[in-house]
Design a protein around this ligand. Structure first.
Ligand code: 5GP
Length: 166
């Protein structure tokens, strides 16, 4: 993906990462690019899960008008978050806007959302690690693991012992 993005953006690119889940992926991505990106962050919060209504809680520091922008996501599931962000950034007059995601679960898509750079397609399984959390836990795992949501809902720390080796 880094090679593809570098090839497509020889003139430079603004990478907009969505906090917090995309941080490990972004860190690996930027170090694999062969161009010099500008990196900025947005944070959003969901009003109600599955509603698609989100609120920007941290906006970009830079102006993206006339810039080539690539949004960097950890996972695209229903597509509601990405759809909202593409529309929001699109209103700011970028020269181009694309989306990049580590994981893509197309089977759950509610809104058709273009994903230009995709790491892995996954199925219905809930995943944790490498930025992805449950109740703010597990983001610092160096790999992505499949977890049982029912177990996590019962005890958010259920996998700590097994995954952190303590
Ligand atoms: P969407 O708006 O596409 O439905 O959801 C995107 C967000 O849902 C992701 O950024 C992530 O925070 C969360 N999400 C969706 N699927 C998973 C998953 O399998 N594991 C975790 N940890 N988060 C997920």
């Amino acid at each position: 993906m880094a090679a593809e993005i570098s090839d497509a953006h020889a003139d430079g690119v603004v990478l907009v990462a969505v906090l917090k889940g995309s941080v490990p992926f972004l860190a690996d991505m930027v170090r694999a690019l062969t161009i010099v990106p500008i990196v900025d962050f947005m944070a959003i919060s969901t009003y109600a899960p599955e509603s698609g209504r989100v609120r920007i809680v941290k906006d970009l520091d830079i102006d993206v008008s006339d810039r080539d922008v690539v949004l960097v996501e950890d996972i695209v599931d229903t597509g509601l978050t990405l759809h909202y962000l593409l529309a929001e950034l699109g209103r700011r007059g970028p020269r181009s806007i694309q989306a990049c995601t580590l994981l893509d679960r197309t089977s759950r898509r509610i809104i058709p959302t273009p994903v230009d750079y995709r790491g892995f397609e996954i199925g219905d399984e809930f995943v944790l690690g490498y930025g992805l959390d449950f109740a703010q836990r597990y983001r610092n795992l160096d790999r992505v693991v499949v977890a049982d949501l029912a177990v996590l809902r019962d005890d958010p720390d259920a996998y700590v012992g097994a995954l952190y080796g303590s």
